[in-house]
Ligand binder design. Structure first.
Ligand code: DGL
Length: 284
C-alpha cells in the first residue's frame, strides 16, 4: 500500500495525479487536518507531527510513504530518512516532493543526477520562482536542491503565508483572494523581471490556478506538483523494482483525517470527483 500524507486536504491534488498515473496500487491518504496548517509552524513541530503521521501510515501497512506536503518534505524528510528509518524502519521508504519538483523546475528528466560542474542544457540559465509556505521558504530546501542540480539558474523564493488558509476556507477566487495573490506575486510581475517558470510549492495552490492564471503573464509556466510527483514516482518505481513489488494492488483507496471526517469527505469529493468515505484517526 502507498501512504500519502498531507497536513490538510490539499494533498488530494497530488493523490488525484497518483491515482491517474498509477491506479493499480492500494492507497491510504492521511490528512492531519486537526493540526493544519503546518506552514507557519516551527521546524521542530513540523518534524514531530510528520514523524507521528508517517509512523501511523507504516503501522497501517504502507511500505512506501509519499510526503505530499511541501512543509513536511522541507522540514522533516531528511531527518526521518537519515535518522529514523535506518534504526526503526529499515525496510520502509519515504519520499518527498522537493527533489522531483526541483528537477521539473530545472527542466531535468526524472531521476537526473547532475555531475559536479555539469548542468543539463535546458537548465543552464534562466530565472525561476518557488512559491510556498513560510516554513518551506525559510528552510531553503528548494534553494539547496536547485543549487546542486542546476547552479546556473537564478531562483527567487516567495512565502505566501495566507494562500493555504484561503484555500482551506474555500476562498479560491474573488477580489479579496486576488488581492493576496497579487501581493505575493508583485515582485515577479511587469515591470519587474518575469520568471520562465513558477512552482506552486504547496499542496493547496493548484486550487488557486484559475485565479493565478489571470494574474501571471501567459509566457510564465505555472508548475503544479501533482503530475510532476506522479511521473517521477513512476520512474522511481521502475528504478526500484524490489520496492514496487512489495506494494499491494487492487485499487483500494482509504482516507483518514485527524479531524471531522464528514468535513474532509465533502471537500475531498469535490476535489477528486468521486464519492469518498473518511475515517477519523488519532496519531498519538
Ligand atoms: N500542505 C502544506 C504544504 O504543502 C500547505 C498547508 C499547510 O500550511 O499546512 O506546504
Amino acid at each position: 500500500m502507498i501512504g500519502v500524507f498531507d497536513s490538510g486536504f490539499g494533498g488530494l491534488t497530488v493523490l488525484a495525479s497518483l491515482l491517474r498515473t498509477l491506479p493499480r496500487y492500494n492507497y491510504l491518504f492521511l490528512a492531519d487536518s486537526a493540526r493544519a496548517p503546518y506552514g507557519a509552524r516551527s521546524a521542530d513541530v513540523v518534524n514531530e507531527f510528520t514523524l507521528e503521521a508517517v509512523e501511523w501510515l507504516f503501522d497501517q501497512g504502507c511500505t512506501l510513504v509519499v510526503l505530499a506536503c511541501n512543509t513536511a518534505s522541507a522540514r522533516a524528510l531528511r531527518n526521518i530518512q537519515q535518522l529514523h528509518l535506518p534504526r526503526h524502519r529499515p525496510d520502509r521508504r519515504l519520499l518527498g516532493v522537493v527533489r522531483p519538483s526541483v528537477e521539473a523546475l530545472a527542466g531535468l528528466p526524472p531521476g537526473a543526477v547532475a555531475l559536479p560542474g555539469e548542468t543539463a542544457p535546458s537548465a543552464a540559465e534562466g530565472f525561476v520562482v518557488v512559491l510556498g509556505t513560510e516554513s518551506t521558504i525559510a528552510s531553503d530546501s528548494y534553494g539547496i536542491e536547485l543549487r546542486k542540480l542546476a547552479p546556473g539558474l537564478t531562483l527567487a523564493q516567495q512565502a505566501c503565508p495566507l494562500w493555504a488558509p484561503l484555500v482551506e476556507a474555500g476562498e479560491l477566487d474573488g477580489p479579496g483572494t486576488e488581492w493576496f495573490l497579487r501581493r505575493a506575486l508583485e515582485p515577479f510581475l511587469p515591470p519587474h523581471r518575469v520568471p520562465q517558470r513558477m512552482l506552486l510549492g504547496c499542496t493547496h495552490y493548484p486550487l488557486l490556478l484559475p485565479a493565478l492564471r489571470r494574474i501571471v503573464p501567459p509566457e510564465v509556466e505555472l508548475l503544479a506538483q501533482g503530475e510532476i510527483v506522479a511521473t517521477r514516482l513512476a520512474d522511481w518505481m521502475a528504478r526500484h523494482p524490489e520496492q514496487e513489488q512489495r506494494l499491494t494492488r487492487g485499487g483500494g483507496r482509504r482516507f483518514a483525517t485527524t479531524d471531522d471526517p464528514d468535513w474532509f469527505a465533502a471537500r475531498g469529493e469535490r476535489l477528486l470527483g468521486q464519492p469518498i468515505r473518511a475515517e477519523r484517526v488519532r496519531l498519538k
